[in-house]
Design a binder for this molecule. Structure first.
Ligand SMILES: Nc1ncnc2c1ncn2[C@@H]1O[C@H](COP(=O)(O)OP(=O)(O)OP(=O)(O)O)[C@@H](O)[C@H]1O
Length: 323
């Protein structure tokens, strides 16, 4: 059994209009997605802004009301609040946000910020609590004098470390990391990602790693789902997605990864323009008459793509998918 099994999840927001403020339409932020997260893995959820990634993350952590579908944990559907409480789900699943300055209470000292989940769930003595907070600061590479400071007294990278320390305080099974390094400089991004990996090894936690950038996800994730307009357009292992992408949307995201090697920049730019041309000329093949992605078709045991069955099989036969 997987750690988390998400099945046909939908989150639709009502749109109201007119004098009576009636519901006239809905935003299909998440529109029928399914994937599983295994214990100890980092699962990547990648897509452009507005594709529905954060709504998915918030649904998994229990912060968003789900329209339909299920999120199974230990055999129970946690979209029902009673199951979340019964299973200690709020203890086992934590979240790290992109914007550490607004997600950490500016009026609280770091000691209180990190101790908050411990106070909610563990009920330790004052001395044990302080010891635990000091251990957590040490794990994320911050000195003991951080205890008495406030969030604004730290750099963006340090604040993200504090967010991670708070998230791991209760030894969770899963952390939803929503764009955890997007607001940081490239050099600091690498530091934060490295210690997220270190913590994963030490604590055996899983991550749902949400990002708009396939470049960041490459070094973190075993399995990746590509999200576009509320649906999944491709799911696969890291090798499937980076070396054998099938959906034009995935290819566009890959082409958008900046090229750091100066000598490769011209070739990279040409490749990106070629992908954009295919997208302009062939996008009606990849989306149905409403502009929605097709249901996923399995093309190998690990790889699925949202294409009409016949087109998916044709691509497989042409050898674009590894056997
Ligand atoms: N509370 C809400 N009410 C109405 N529409 C919403 C609400 N929250 C999100 N949406 C819409 O749902 C869609 C998906 O939003 P979501 O924040 O999940 O996307 P995202 O992929 O995480 O984007 P970003 O990376 O910019 O955060 C967007 O069109 C957004 O405008």
């Amino acid at each position: 059994m997987s750690l988390i099994e998400i099945k046909d999840l939908k989150v639709h927001y009502p749109i109201r209009s007119g004098f009576w403020n009636r519901v006239t339409d809905s935003v299909k932020a998440v529109d029928g997605i399914s994937f599983n997260i295994e214990a100890g893995e980092t699962y990547g959820l990648v897509g452009e802004s507005g594709s529905g990634k954060s709504t998915t993350g918030k649904s998994v952590v229990g912060l968003e009301k789900v329209t339909s579908g299920s999120i199974m944990y230990k055999g129970k559907d946690i979209t029902k609040k009673s199951n979340r409480n019964h299973l200690d789900y709020n203890h086992d699943v934590q979240m790290i946000f992109q914007d550490s300055l607004s997600s950490l209470n500016p009026r609280k000292r770091i000691e209180d910020i990190i101790a908050e989940p411990l106070r909610n769930f563990e009920h330790l003595s004052k001395d044990d609590e302080k010891l635990r907070v000091l251990q957590l600061l040490d794990i994320v590479g911050l000195d003991a004098d951080a205890l008495y400071k406030y969030p604004h007294q730290f750099s963006g990278g340090q604040r993200q470390r504090i967010g991670v320390a708070r998230a791991v305080a209760t030894n969770p099974k899963l952390i939803i990391a929503d764009e955890p390094v997007s607001a940081l400089d490239l050099s600091v991004q690498a530091q934060v990602l490295n210690f997220m990996k270190k913590i994963q090894r030490e604590f055996g936690i899983s991550y749902l790693f949400i990002s708009h950038d396939l470049g960041v996800v490459r070094h973190m994730c075993n399995n990746i789902a590509i999200m576009n307009r509320g649906r999944l357009v491709e799911i696969g292992t890291r090798d499937d997605i980076y070396n054998h992408p099938l959906h034009i949307y995935t290819k566009r995201l890959l082409a958008a990864i900046p090229e750091t090697n100066v000598s490769q920049r011209k070739a990279h730019r040409e490749a990106r323009l070629a992908v954009e041309q295919v997208y302009r000329e062939q996008q009606d093949k990849y989306y149905d008459e409403h502009g929605d992605a097709y249901p996923l078709v399995q093309v190998s045991p690990t790889h699925a793509v949202a294409l009409p069955e016949a087109l998916a099989q044709q691509i497989v036969q042409e050898g674009e998918v590894k056997a």
